[in-house]
Design a protein around this ligand. Structure first.
Ligand SMILES: Nc1ncnc2c1ncn2[C@@H]1O[C@H](COP(=O)(O)OP(=O)(O)O)[C@@H](O)[C@H]1O
Ligand SMILES: [Mg+2]
Length: 265
């Protein structure tokens, strides 16, 4: 297989069917994709096209019906080289913000004596300095998602898988988190596969965008995003540039083509 050794994440001809043989749903069919080390790839497509299914395959949560998935050359094992951030933060409600992060550190074998300091560092990294004692119900939706990101970073994942992580947040919080995730990934060189159904978010974050269509789920096209974005990039200013608008428009058009409206007849 060419290039397999240079990819951090590789899906090769993945097909996934759900349900019993008589009521089979082909969620994704014959999907291949590669994400190079340090690359930020975005997967977009309409609801039901199989985005979550592909992420679950990459995370090692489910086995494909056909095809192979590899993370850094090996079959994916949940929680080893990959870290997953879901749309809902799914925190332990009986633990504090810090407790949720410390629990993840413990699971990844960080010695007890180092956990408090590392928890503080991780919460600081996601903009929650000094919040370790907060109860989860005292946190806003955005803050809870920040804790969820810190908890995932606790495992020092080589490959970060994010499934519409900001979809439930208000616009301003969403913009801030987009900027922070982009900066975090660029600074740490983490490989990212990010799922969204927003053209704007895809162009803002991705260096490459893979567009999916449904029925069955498949990748129909790919868009390179040539925008300059380093750790110091002012994302708000980037949104105002003509190049950004052009790319967003182009992607939105491709997405509309990939998911035609239901026929009226
Ligand atoms: N556990 C499951 N059992 C049966 N069908 C499923 C299951 N998970 C997803 N599907 C179906 O597979 C297709 C793809 O779902 P999903 O991967 O969640 O898409 P997306 O994340 O793009 O919205 C949909 O038709 C969905 O109904
Ligand atoms: Mg989904």
């Amino acid at each position: 297989m060419p290039r397999a050794d240079t990819a951090d994440l590789a899906l090769d001809r993945i097909t996934v069917g759900y349900g019993r043989p008589k009521a089979r749903v082909t969620a994704v069919q014959d999907v291949s994709l590669r994400v190079a080390p340090g690359e930020f790839v975005v997967l977009v497509g309409p609801s039901g096209c199989g985005k979550t299914t592909l992420l679950r395959i990459a995370a090692g949560f489910v086995e494909p019906t056909r095809g192979t998935a590899t993370v850094r050359g090996e079959a994916p094992v949940p929680g080893s080289a990959t870290g997953v951030v879901f749309q809902q933060p799914r925190l332990f409600p009986w633990r504090t913000a810090g407790g949720n992060v410390a629990f993840a550190l413990a699971r990844h074998g960080v010695p007890r004596a180092q956990r408090a300091a590392r928890t503080r560092e991780l919460l600081e990294q996601v903009g929650l300095a000094g919040m370790e004692g907060r109860r989860t119900w005292e946190l806003s939706g955005g803050q809870q998602q920040r804790v969820a990101i810190a908890r995932t970073l606790a495992g020092e994942p080589r490959v970060l898988l994010m499934d519409e992580p900001f979809a439930a947040l208000d616009a301003l919080t969403r913009e801030r988190l987009q900027e922070e995730v982009r900066t975090l990934a660029a600074a740490s060189g983490t490989t990212v596969l990010f799922v969204t159904h927003s053209a704007e978010e895809a162009v803002l974050l991705g260096s490459r965008v893979l567009v999916m269509a449904a029925g069955p789920g498949r990748i129909v096209t790919e868009l390179e995003v040539g925008l300059e974005r380093g750790p110091g990039t002012d994302v708000a200013a980037l949104r105002g540039t003509p190049e950004f608008s052009r790319l967003r428009g182009e992607l939105a058009a491709v997405m509309r083509q990939a998911s035609p409206p239901p026929r009226a007849d």
